[in-house]
Design a protein around this ligand. Structure first.
Ligand SMILES: [Fe+2]
Ligand SMILES: [Fe+2]
Length: 358
């Protein structure tokens, strides 16, 4: 009993290989797209910027960055109990998200090679970065005697199909939010080294620059395709993607507030900061952004947080499954309603902001 408290039980496929977390609306997604349409894209309206970004990718600033140093070589048994559980989950989620980027970019690089060499090379070089990120996280998991079988994940994860336009919205945001997440943790721990419970956080400063460059690449692609950005549909989709990405992160992180607390961070403050910065960054390319300063925004998200807590309690109760469904139904309806109301909140037009250097 004491032992099981100390080393939280994770289900294993085989010794040391963790069963991947169950896929839900809130877990990282794997994407696939229309490769033909992607290959036909005309990049000439923004080719110079894309070539400059490709040059940066080729320089490979982080070639020697992801090397495990002496600080990793110690026992991590003192990170135990719930902290250990939350920490392994954090590593797994991050690894899965990085790996999903790797798979998508790698496949795009392969499929576009002959038809659109500029795009193809950019994607291949980004997949190089994501492979490093995922590998580094997976190695970190092995410090906790677990790892992910990435081959298993490739074969068994569900893939979501998105048209290229939506791939760009989604990946742009996930790169930029990734940048803000990593850099915010890094800066916090720089000020509070006593909270740095594990060396991986030291790597986040250069690491997040990869994500920033990846985000800039998608920014440049969207600017090469102005039809993705300049009509009323683009405005509706921008709102949808911003809201989905922010809400998913908020619900995930508040649920794991104890993890952030173990780093000395308040999950709510952390998320609000990351959302504010990502929203502000997105104003450089999206036609609208969300009015996240309005109290209603977080009030409604907090209702969803409460609903999710209740949903979790129902799932872990002994109530028969078919009765659970009826207990859960009103909570799902409430979440859907909150999401709709959030979606309908008046957005902020960015046309006037884009002229200003941000
Ligand atoms: Fe990454
Ligand atoms: Fe990335």
């Amino acid at each position: 009993m004491v032992d099981s408290l100390k080393k939280p039980g994770f289900e294993e496929i085989r010794p040391g290989v963790k069963v991947p977390a169950k896929e839900t609306l809130l877990t990282p997604r794997f994407y696939t797209t229309d490769f033909e349409e992607m290959a036909r894209m005309d990049l000439s309206p923004n080719e110079d910027e894309l070539l400059a970004i490709l040059e940066e990718f080729r320089v490979d600033y982080n070639r020697h960055h992801f090397v495990r140093d002496a600080e990793f070589e110690q026992s991590w048994e003192h990170i135990d109990g719930e902290t250990r559980q939350l920490f392994v989950e954090f590593l797994e989620r991050s690894c899965t998200a990085e790996f999903s980027g790797f798979l998508l970019y790698k496949e795009l690089g392969r499929r576009l090679k002959d038809k659109n060499p500029l795009l193809a090379e950019c994607f291949t070089l980004m997949s190089r970065d994501e492979a490093r990120h995922a590998g580094f996280l997976n190695k970190a998991m092995s410090d906790f005697n677990l790892s992910l079988d990435l081959g298993f994940l490739t074969k068994n994860h569900k893939y979501t199909f998105f048209k290229p336009k939506f791939i760009f919205y989604a990946t742009y945001l996930s790169e930029k939010i990734g940048y803000w997440r990593y850099i915010t943790i890094y800066r916090h721990l720089e000020k509070h080294p006593e909270d740095r419970i594990y060396p991986i956080f030291r790597f986040f400063e250069n690491w997040c620059q990869d994500e920033n460059r990846h985000g800039d690449f998608f920014d440049a692609i969207m600017k090469a395709q102005p039809q993705f950005l300049n009509d009323w549909k683009a405005k509706l989709w921008s709102r949808f993607f911003l809201l989905s990405v922010f809400a998913t992160m908020y619900l995930n992180d508040i649920q794991r507030a104890d993890f952030y607390a173990s780093l000395g961070l308040d999950a709510r403050e952390y998320d609000k900061y990351v959302i504010e910065k990502t929203n502000e960054t997105a104003a450089r390319v999206f036609p609208v952004i969300l009015d996240v300063d309005k109290a209603e925004f977080y009030d409604r998200l907090e209702i969803c947080v409460k609903n999710n807590e209740k949903l979790g309690a129902i799932t872990s109760s002994n109530t028969p499954k078919f009765l659970q469904f009826f207990q859960k139904l009103p909570l799902y309806v409430s979440n859907g309603w909150q999401f709709l109301r959030l979606y309908l909140m008046k957005p902020i037009e960015t046309a006037s902001l884009q002229g200003v250097a941000r």
